[in-house]
Write a protein that binds this ligand. Structure first.
Ligand code: ASP
Length: 437
């Protein structure tokens, strides 16, 4: 393990020249911050469009042979402004002109165009910091199943082997075995940073964004919700329901594989400690670590007498959903009934097909869909082996007259998932928070 720290800066952290300057002083304040990963410039204000989105729309228009000068102008302006303010000499503007020309005259892949936000941002950052630019394209390799190939970790380690050097690497992309540039899914620079932390055996992965870490509950629901100082890799996965995801969920695994802690930090308030995501702690101060939830789920209810005696019933129902490309959240069962909770949008898109297939293949006595369901998960290692936690939670909900429609607790005991009516969502979260925090 080296003493190096990977610092990934998200879109809002590289949105303009002033943000670049903040990054410089963040790096100067800790010499162990040696590996920098950047996103493409993000929004400077809520009305603005992210550079990556502008690149996607320019590509879209170019593909239809339409005029893409409108998004292109904004892309160019943004880069020119940053380079001028930072007195960058690199030929960023020429690179953009070349790309524009090739998009006009030939077909350039969508992944290549989208990746240029990170590529150019990293080039500017490297020059501004006097650091070495390392392109991710030839080193981060995807295998045929779109997983990062093992060889990439060794190649990254070799490419960033100078422990005293400062490196800048663009996030969000790599290439496949055929040499085509490929991006991760949206928000994928988080994954690039985690892969680098793993490959270079870093002591820490700092993920710099515009909030000082995670909160125990959505602050729009619970005003003044406390921040989470430490959350385990397992807990954060359970909290992934939350709409307010600050970290791409695939960014956990590479760090987790080597027990490298991830620190969510705020570029605009670098002294704040933020949230550390790390291995399961020996002891916890609080019973619960956080509460997360989401509305707009639907429950598929299937009833059939003697269901429990029919081998493979559950598997076959889930296979029907799988074949139609629908994933499910939880599936609580009774002796003669099965419930499958699915995101409402994906269920309704395919509702007639799903119903028809289940009717035909499973011959149920009854099949029904219940809408307007919200799932809430209460998470914490502190709940394990604690007698009375569930009782406290349900009492708190009963006091607020919240009807619980689904209960699901895994044997790991680190989370309790409940399903309530959409209309009770906020009330339920507030009640649980007040009981435990
Ligand atoms: N720029 C890419 C996106 O907007 C990737 C990232 O920021 O992580 O999704």
């Amino acid at each position: 393990m080296s003493n190096r720290i990977v610092c990934k800066f998200g879109g809002s952290s590289v949105a303009d020249a002033a943000q670049f300057r903040k990054i410089k002083s963040i790096l100067e304040s800790n010499p162990e911050r040696k590996i920098v990963v950047v996103s493409a410039p993000g929004k400077r204000n809520p009305q603005e469009t992210k550079l990556t989105d502008l690149l996607y729309s320019a590509h879209d228009l170019a593909k239809q042979k339409s005029n893409f000068s409108e998004p292109w102008k904004l892309i160019k302006e943004r880069f020119v402004e940053i380079t001028q303010e930072l007195s960058i000499k690199s030929t960023i503007s020429e690179e953009l002109d070349k790309l524009e020309e090739s998009m006009r005259t030939s077909e350039v892949s969508v992944d290549f165009v989208a990746s240029r936000g990170e590529y150019l941002c990293a080039k500017i950052m490297a020059e501004f910091l006097g650091a070495k630019f390392i392109d991710a394209y030839p080193i981060i390799k995807f295998d045929d199943q779109y997983r990062v190939a093992q060889q990439s970790f060794e190649d990254l380690n070799a490419a960033l082997s100078d422990l005293n050097a400062l490196y800048v690497v663009p996030g969000f992309y790599g290439s496949d075995m055929q040499g085509n540039l490929k991006t991760f899914s949206r928000g994928g620079s988080d994954i690039s940073g985690s892969i680098l932390a793993n490959a270079c055996d870093c002591i820490m992965y700092e993920n710099w964004t515009d909030v000082s870490g995670l909160l125990m509950a959505d602050p729009r629901i619970v005003k003044g919700a406390l921040s989470i100082s430490y959350v385990s890799y397992r807990e954060i996965r359970e909290l992934a329901y939350s709409g307010a995801n600050v970290l791409h969920d695939e960014a956990i695994t590479p760090c987790r594989a080597k027990n490298i802690p991830i620190n969510i930090k705020n570029t605009n308030s670098p002294e704040d400690k933020g949230t550390i995501i790390g291995p399961t702690p020996e002891r916890t101060e609080r019973t619960i670590t956080g509460i997360a939830g989401r509305k707009e789920f639907s429950m598929l209810y299937i009833e059939k007498s003697m269901m429990n005696k029919e081998k493979g019933f559950g598997r076959r129902v889930l296979a029907i959903l799988e074949d139609l490309g629908v994933s499910y959240e939880v599936s609580p069962c009774g002796i003669d009934s099965m419930n499958v909770v699915v995101d409402s949008k994906s269920l309704h898109k395919l509702e007639p097909k799903i119903i028809a297939e289940i009717e035909q293949k499973m011959q149920p006595n009854k099949i029904k869909i219940f809408d307007n369901l919200a799932l809430i998960t209460t998470v914490g290692h502190g709940m394990v082996n604690q007698i009375g936690t569930a009782a406290r939670l349900f009492n708190a909900l009963a006091k607020e007259k919240v009807n619980v429609r689904i209960i699901d607790q895994g044997s790991s005991e680190i989370n309790i998932i409940i399903g309530v009516n959409d209309g009770d969502f906020e009330k339920a979260i507030t009640a649980i928070y007040k009981e435990f925090v």
